[in-house]
Design a protein around this ligand. Structure first.
Ligand code: SF4
Length: 430
């Protein structure tokens, strides 16, 4: 038996008797199990029980064994002074260290053990995720509702990662930093954000009329431009000369070259090309945040990011090295990632700070206007019966997988609750 399963069974009243006899001989009638507390302190608050006919309202503590009370030192913790009932799987001692007396009831004889064994089998099944072979029998609405909750949790978490301890006074800068970071993907995301901090949006937009100057400014501040002289490459040397002038003028401190990763990347993902694409986005949009706040159709979002790296990179993927003529545009998948990881979290944070519920629901809706991502994880869930039509679905599934399924938190999941409470298990053709 496990304590988290006991919490689940208590919360969902998965025991046979409503009236039980405590270790003290008192008659215990459960009126309400109380409200589950995931933080420190007793497991359930505001439980309501009748003890020998007298109604009590208060905290309830749950353990596998009665002696766990002593093991956890609850007797010396004032948070546990007001326990009205102790619920255990098994009574194994009559020596409790406590300030005030309370009755203890034992669930062992009245719990359905086969349900617990079946739950154990499910989480230890070794499948891609524990309910993979069962979820197809669960009502579609239950899954959709839970996925929407997962989607909100995911976007809230991304919003928290922005670490905005106070309402920012410049949402344009934040949007610019997050777009830069998303362009770098996980490999060069942090250096791209550092670059955006070292060349703020307000400074970069001063050079938006000259892509050459803008690109020289960003490439120079990245530390890549100064890495080496390439005298035979006129454009590269022009970038360097331009940057040296701008560096003196704005006192820019370049990043060390070592922060950038090129290894194992396709040329299209090289930071040099991403920096050029960032320059193109800045050149195209004098205001990023404002425009993206107004863009609420997939087409408007995609048009916003319809840019390509500058002419120099059409014939080079590395400084000084000629390559086949390729236009490095931002592709659909890349724009998708920027929207999901950069744009929507910033807009959501803005909506939260300003209590703009309309904008919050619009962003969730916008996620359902984009196509779902396709990868190994989303394919497993789709095959098992999860809806996978929109990016809202795939984002919800990714959050569910990484935060619940992978760590087998089925007892904390609405789908898991339905499956385990509804034991025997539903079948996929019911
Ligand atoms: S956490 Fe939920 S969705 Fe994931 S395996 Fe468990 S029951 Fe299924």
């Amino acid at each position: 038996m496990t304590e988290d399963y006991l919490h689940f069974a208590w919360k969902n009243r998965l025991y046979e008797n409503k009236v039980m006899i405590a270790d003290s001989g008192e008659r215990i009638e459960i009126i309400h199990p109380g409200y589950y507390n995931r933080d420190a302190g007793p497991d359930f608050s505001q439980g309501r029980v009748r003890i020998d006919g007298q109604l009590w309202v208060g905290n309830i503590e749950i353990h596998v064994r009665q002696s766990d009370w002593n093991v956890h030192n609850h007797g010396t913790d004032p948070a546990y002074d007001s326990i009205i009932l102790h619920v255990v799987y098994e009574i194994d001692t009559d020596q409790l260290h406590r300030k005030n007396p309370f009755p203890t009831i034992e669930l062992k004889a009245i719990l359905d053990e086969t349900r617990f064994s079946w739950y154990q089998q499910m989480i230890n099944s070794g499948l891609n995720f524990p309910c993979q072979n069962i979820v197809g029998g669960i009502r579609h609405e239950t899954i959709e509702t839970w996925l929407e909750r997962m989607l909100i949790e995911r976007i809230e978490r991304k919003t928290e990662e922005l670490t905005l301890s106070q309402q920012p006074d410049d949402w344009e800068e934040i949007m610019y930093q997050q777009i830069a970071r998303s362009l770098g993907l996980s490999v060069n995301g942090d250096p791209m954000k550092w670059l955006a901090l070292s060349v703020p949006f307000r400074l970069a937009t001063r050079y938006r009329d000259s892509q050459n100057q803008l690109e020289a400014l960003l490439l120079g501040a990245s530390g890549i431009l100064l890495k080496e002289d390439i005298f035979e490459d006129q454009q590269w040397m022009d970038f360097r000369n331009e940057y040296q002038h701008l560096q003196r003028k704005h006192q820019i401190k370049a990043l060390p070259y070592s922060v950038w990763k090129f290894f194992r990347l396709r040329p299209a993902s090289f930071p040099t090309l991403r920096i050029s694409q960032l320059a193109a986005i800045i050149a195209k949009h004098p205001l990023m945040f404002d425009q993206l706040k107004e863009a609420n159709t997939p087409k408007a979002y995609f048009d916003f990011f319809k840019v390509e790296a500058s002419e120099y990179w059409q014939t080079h993927y590395s400084p000084g090295k000629y390559s086949a003529n390729v236009k490095y545009k931002l592709g659909k998948n890349m724009i998708h990632r920027i929207l999901i990881n950069g744009v929507f979290p910033v807009l959501f944070a803005y909506a939260r700070w300003n209590n703009d519920e309309g904008l919050q629901s619009r962003i969730l809706n916008d996620l359902h206007q984009l196509e779902s991502e396709k990868n190994r994880i989303t394919e497993h869930y789709k095959f098992a019966g999860f809806p996978m039509k929109t990016a809202g679905h795939s984002q919800g599934v990714l959050h569910l997988h990484h935060n619940y399924c992978r760590s087998k938190k089925c007892l904390n999941c609405a789908i898991g609750n339905t499956i385990i409470s509804g034991y025997p298990a539903p079948t996929t053709d019911s």
